[in-house]
Ligand binder design. Structure first.
Ligand code: GCB
Length: 579
């Protein structure tokens, strides 16, 4: 899939704006033909991109989990005549079926990743109606399992009931949370480009286009030619390797030439030349060891929910710079491409995570693995050319329910999943985020290149006892060191309510959060196998309702509206090396 772009061969219309939405709590829309669109009286206005929850809270849809039909009309301009016209959606949470003028056109693939649909109704010089049935429920056996009242009861876990019902600690926002586009590309054009660039200036491009297509690649004044489906290789002399200190980016032009050697299609991708590898307990970037300092984040904000928020992106990258962070994990799902544009340009290292949270091995079937593999493949396809992406994270906290099936059944699952990912991209290390319940010999560690652990000592265990928390952390770091790989603390932290203070160690105060983070950081820094840590979380974020959460998960070092807590200043001193 090629991201929408505009040049002499390609064009797009951004369908962002006010759409209409009709909720379908009884799931009757499909049978009743809502795919053709609805009259305004049955619908509410909704901004796209944006989640329906906070936008339509007053109409009663804050906690809505189910199907909803979103619609808009678009005029297909004359300039699209004779070209391949598609509708592209950058993501639909969590799944969508798309109709054009009432006819089914196609559906989404893995959640949080783009998909395209085509329809004979998409022809130039007419107005078409786009209707998307979006559903924010998750299947029980998916790579991120859903849950319902039945499971809470059957598992005897009524105290774990969330509203809306989820198995994870963030809000299941529904809607079209990233832009939707109408695109026009040449018939028989370039369909995909796989790029890999290394610090020695070598660039390999494999282009998907009609068989036999003649391909030309150019970057920094260098050119190479070849054919679709075969790697085309070129070398840039005196390349400036990409790094956080010098995030040098190069524009790569990929052209398809017709039989006369005339350019018939062109796409551009931006990349950077760099190497990442694991060596013993170290993670090397361009041959130099790196220490990861940063955060787990979320795509989350007031009103828009998970909707793409460009001002917030600008702000967040400014804050990452201000605090001296060099890295982020896209917990717990692939983020927008706009986010990665910033990471590439600002030199922020990214651990790119697939959407698999709290995988439950009592429910894993063959279909789970197939879906998980598809999600990994789609993520690598989308982000594989990004210099900022230094590792793939294939799951967050599988086995967190402490189910015995995790230890007995997950080994072969991880073997297949990791081997598959490694074959798709041998240039990046693989990891997953381990939860304490999954054990210090978590079967996924055998496959991972980096051993990542999430640890909440001082919070869920040993609350209020920072010294004890550090001892527990040290014991786990020592124990996982025996895997002989770099060790990374992918999550640690404490909730703090901005403005809550105390002179003694008290949960929820700004001082406790800051002191816990300081103590953990000292331990991570001194541990020989540890390559750094990510504080959980960059900013406070909304969760589903539960007595453990005060609307938000308060582990942010910034508030949800990006005001610093005490921990932000402390981290800034630690990471920027101030006294
Ligand atoms: C975790 C999860 C994360 C939660 C966090 C917490 O281990 O990975 O999604 O938000 O703990 O605050 O409990």
């Amino acid at each position: 899939m090629i991201r929408p772009q505009r040049n002499s061969f390609r064009d797009f219309i951004d369908l962002s704006g006010i759409w209409r939405i009709r909720f379908d709590p009884d799931d009757v829309g499909e049978a009743e033909g809502w795919c053709a669109g609805s009259i305004p009286a049955d619908t509410h206005p909704i901004a796209v991109p944006g989640s329906w929850n906070e936008q339509l809270a007053e109409a009663g849809f804050m906690d809505y989990l189910g199907a909803a039909w979103l619609q808009t009309d678009v005029f297909v301009p004359p300039s699209f005549e004779g070209r391949r016209i598609r509708l592209r959606c950058d993501s639909a949470d969590f799944a969508a079926r798309v109709f054009v003028d009432g006819e089914f056109a196609g559906e989404s693939g893995p959640a949080f990743l783009p998909f395209e649909v085509e329809s004979e109704r998409l022809v130039a010089c007419r107005t078409v109606r786009i209707v998307a049935r979006v559903d924010n429920r998750l299947a029980l056996e998916g790579p991120t399992p859903g849950v319902g009242m039945e499971q809470y009861v059957a598992e005897g876990r009524l105290r774990d009931e969330y509203r809306p019902a989820v198995r994870f600690d963030f809000f299941p926002y529904g809607g079209l949370n990233r832009p939707v586009w109408l695109t026009a590309t040449p018939v028989g054009g370039i369909e995909a480009v796989k790029l890999r660039a290394s610090a020695d200036g070598r660039l390999t491009a494999t282009v998907e286009a009609p068989a036999g297509s003649h391909i030309r690649i150019s970057v920094a004044g260098q050119e190479a030619e070849g054919f679709a489906g075969e790697p085309v290789i070129l070398r840039v002399p005196d390349v400036r390797p990409w790094s956080p200190a010098d995030p040098a980016l190069y524009d790569v032009a990929v052209e398809r030439l017709d039989a006369l050697g005339v350019v018939a299609d062109r796409v551009e991708l931006r990349t950077g030349f760099r190497d990442v590898e694991v060596c013993g307990h170290e993670l090397l970037l361009n041959g130099q060891p790196v220490t990861l300092k940063g955060f787990g984040k979320h795509e989350d904000g007031p009103i828009r929910g998970r909707g793409l928020d460009l001002p917030q992106l600008v702000k967040d990258f400014g804050l990452l710079d201000w605090i001296g962070a060099n890295s982020v994990r896209t917990s717990h799902y692939p983020y927008s491409e706009a986010f990665l544009d910033f990471a590439d340009a600002r030199g922020v290292l990214v651990i790119d995570e697939v959407f698999s949270v709290n995988l439950d091995f009592r429910r894993v079937t063959d279909a789970t693995l197939v879906q998980h593999q598809a999600a990994v493949r789609a993520l690598i396809d989308r982000d594989g050319h990004r210099p900022s992406v230094i590792a793939w994270s294939l799951a967050n906290e599988p086995g967190y329910l402490n189910e015995p099936e995790y230890r007995s059944r997950s080994g072969p699952y991880w073997k297949v999943l990791f081997e598959d990912a490694r074959a798709l991209d041998p240039t990046r290390p693989l990891t997953h985020a381990n939860v304490g319940y999954a054990g210090l010999d978590d079967p996924a560690f055998d496959q991972a290149d980096v051993v990542s652990i999430n640890r909440y000592f001082g919070w869920y265990q040993a609350p209020g006892q920072i010294e004890r928390a550090v001892e527990l952390l040290r014991a786990d770091l020592d124990a996982v060191t025996r895997h002989g790989k770099p060790v990374f603390v992918a999550e640690f932290g404490a909730d703090a309510l901005a403005g809550q203070h105390s002179t003694s160690p008290q949960l929820f105060t700004e001082e406790y959060q800051a002191d816990l983070i300081t103590a953990f950081w000292a331990e991570l820094e001194r541990h020989p196998a540890c390559i750094g840590g990510h504080v959980w979380n960059f900013a406070d974020f909304r969760t589903a309702q539960h007595f453990r959460r005060v609307v938000l998960n308060l582990k942010g070092v910034f508030t949800r509206d990006r005001q610093p807590k005490r921990a932000a200043f402390v981290l800034r001193d630690l990471w920027k090396g101030r006294p």
